[in-house]
Design a protein around this ligand. Structure first.
Ligand code: F6R
Length: 612
């Protein structure tokens, strides 16, 4: 969470930093701030609670001529959302910005307070500032003071520091939070993320944990925390493309991204399948050569929607791998110190590739000798750099905080991995691929069908916007879709929603059934249809209110449900999950729209969860 950015060069930088912060805003939008320094060493700053745009009117109070500065967009961890707790934190000698969490900040604060330091904010970051003040002297020099300071810190940090005594330099330090340097011509920049740097340069240094850098307009020095000099190679990403950050004619990025799914599905099919010859194309270099015979277990990890996508993927991977396949929430996986080792293949699912828990899970698994395959949307992210192999989901930049197209693209990637590996392992049944191909041929039309129902979904979902609680139900592949549908609804509408496996209804949740509680039953005509229909009957018998996700032609469902959200039948449970989920994305979107929520930036959330 939190986006950080810094610039040192010859260009007046205040507008420049503001633009970068707008690109980083998806990482947090609780408050934002900018500090710049004059060539004589005067630090000026502005900071404000709320969105980055709140700085627009304050910018003119920063000196127009300053060419060195820092910017921050905050997702609050310690301390309420307020102007005061916004970054940069500035003292007489320093300005600092921070992404991460200092776990031992209370102990440090106590000890600094007893040495006479007073605190103006409730943030953990201010502790770093005060430590730096305590440690710094002209004799010791800034570098040693910074290293002494970080040696006291426990937790994660990407820090940017501006120093009154050397106004032409920016210092940055990294431990478990992403930090990238962009090398320009006569100017250099740094940021948490490539999106803020890519408009200005194609040459980057990716800082590793335990490294820091001294950045001037014409030089970049990178060292380890032990003081030894590093000579990392510059990474040239001339092929890195920034997707446009425009909503086009759509009211929200989320809606645009829902519609993009048709194209994403079609290009995935084109890239990985030869429909005419009913063949699957080879995976990219690395993945296609992986020796699968040595693995005795497959473990999938992810958080939030990525975890639910993994849960859907588990069904097909289990069938094809014929070894135990388990799915874990990343946080639980690394905290439990699971039994994994060199016979374990880990599929780490993450849109951003920066989710702290997923990275920690992979670091732990890697330390035991496990092999990591990242299933990821973001090239050059921390996860793809850590993993042994990557399957890119190719969804394009996802801007809406609630994941939509990335979820769908992840399902496709897991499906394709599963079939490719089955072929390698010889576990693919003879007509299985040809059945899949038939279904893939029909898939874009099914998605088009769902997209064309948007006006009906809008009308139907609108009827339920005043219901504060919802229960989602599905079976088999559609159980994780019930969980994902509930998550989507709660994160953007703020309505309470829970997902359950249909088989669990009678084991507790049925006591919630009343006329007031809409039960969203995902009920296409497939293997679980009869059992789901029984669940719906049980709800109807208790005067419960049913919203069925089912084909509009199904008269039986129409007869029992208060509302049918049309979703076509798909003759493959995995692809059915993918298609049904799009119907639920629309449902969540239109409930939230009716309630007037901040759909693309829901309260308290951030797109990239970079702290554990
Ligand atoms: C929900 C959502 C989150 C993310 C989760 C993991 O709509 O977006 O639950 O799925 O934070 O993020 P990544 O996939 O970037 O690891």
């Amino acid at each position: 969470m939190c986006g950080i950015f810094g610039y040192v060069g010859d260009r007046p930088c205040r507008e420049f930093i503001l633009t970068a912060l707008k690109a980083l805003e998806y990482r947090g939008y609780d408050s934002a701030g900018i500090a710049t320094i004059s060539s004589k060493g005067k630090i000026s700053f502005v900071k404000k609670k709320g969105k980055v745009a709140n700085l627009d009117d304050l910018l003119s109070s920063l000196p127009a001529e300053n060419t060195v500065g820092l910017g921050h967009t905050r997702w609050a961890t310690h301390g309420v959302v307020s102007d005061r707790n916004a970054h940069p934190h500035v003292s007489q000698k320093f300005a600092i910005i921070h992404n991460g969490i200092i776990d031992n900040y209370l102990e440090l604060k106590e000890s600094l307070s007893s040495s006479g330091f007073s605190f103006e904010t409730e943030t953990d970051t201010e502790v770093i500032l005060k430590l730096l003040e305590k440690n710094y002297s002209k004799e010791l020099g800034i570098e040693k003071a910074l290293l002494k300071t970080v040696s006291s810190l426990m937790g994660s940090f990407a820090l940017g520091v501006m120093v009154l005594d050397c106004p032409e330099v920016l210092y940055i330090l990294r431990e478990k939070s992403p930090l990238i340097i962009g090398q320009g011509q006569g100017e250099n920049l740094f940021a948490s993320d490539l999106v803020a740097l890519a408009p200005y340069t194609k040459n980057f240094f990716f800082l590793e944990d335990g490294q820091f850098a001294r950045i001037k307009k014409d030089s970049i020095e990178i060292k380890n925390f032990d003081g030894s000099v590093c000579h990392p190679k510059v990474v040239n990403l001339s092929d890195y493309e920034l997707s446009t950050n425009s909503k086009g004619s759509y009211e929200h990025f989320m809606l645009k991204e829902i519609y993009e799914q048709e194209r994403i599905v079609s290009s995935h099919i084109e890239m990985f399948y030869d429909l005419a010859f009913e063949k699957q194309r080879e995976l990219g270099v690395g993945l296609k050569d992986i020796d699968l015979s040595k693995y005795r277990q497959l473990v999938m990890v992810g958080c939030g929607s990525a975890y639910y996508a993994a849960c859907v993927g588990q069904y097909t991977l289990e069938k094809h791998f014929r070894i135990p396949v388990s799915v874990f929430l990343s946080s639980e996986f690394h905290q439990r110190k699971m039994h994994v080792g060199s016979d374990t293949l880990v599929l780490a699912v993450s849109q951003s590739g920066e989710t702290a828990d997923t990275l920690a899970a992979c670091e732990y698994a890697k330390s035991t000798g496990a092999t990591i395959i990242a299933v990821c949307n973001t090239p050059y992210s921390s996860l793809t750099r850590l993993a042994d192999f990557t399957m890119y989901i190719q969804a394009g930049t996802e801007i809406g905080v609630a994941s939509t197209k990335a979820f769908t693209a992840t399902l496709l990637a897991l499906m394709t991995l599963s079939y490719s590996f089955a072929k390698k392992l010889g576990t693919l049944e003879s007509d299985e691929l040809s059945k899949l191909i038939q279904n893939l041929k029909a898939l874009p039309e099914k998605i088009k069908d769902v997209l064309s129902c948007a006006p009906q979904y809008k009308e139907l979902a609108g009827k339920y916007s005043n219901c504060g609680n919802f229960l989602f139900m599905g079976r088999g592949h559609l159980f994780p879709i019930a969980l994902e549908g509930a998550l989507k609804l709660k994160e953007i509408s703020y309505c309470h929603a829970e997902g359950y496996a249909g088989g669990e209804l009678k084991h507790g949740p049925i006591s919630l059934v009343t006329e007031e509680l809409p039960i969203v039953a995902i009920c296409p005509t497939g293997v679980f249809y009869k059992k789901m229909f029984s669940n719906m009957e049980e709800v109807a018998a208790r005067q419960g209110c049913i919203i069925a996700v089912a084909p509009r032609e199904n008269k039986e469902v129409k007869g029992i449900a208060e509302t049918v959200l049309h979703c076509p039948d798909v003759d493959d449970p995995f692809l059915q999950a993918l298609v049904s989920n799009i119907t639920l994305q629309f449902f969540a979107y239109y409930v939230a729209l009716k309630l007037g929520r901040h759909i693309d930036q829901p309260r308290n959330l951030a797109k990239s969860v970079t702290v554990e």
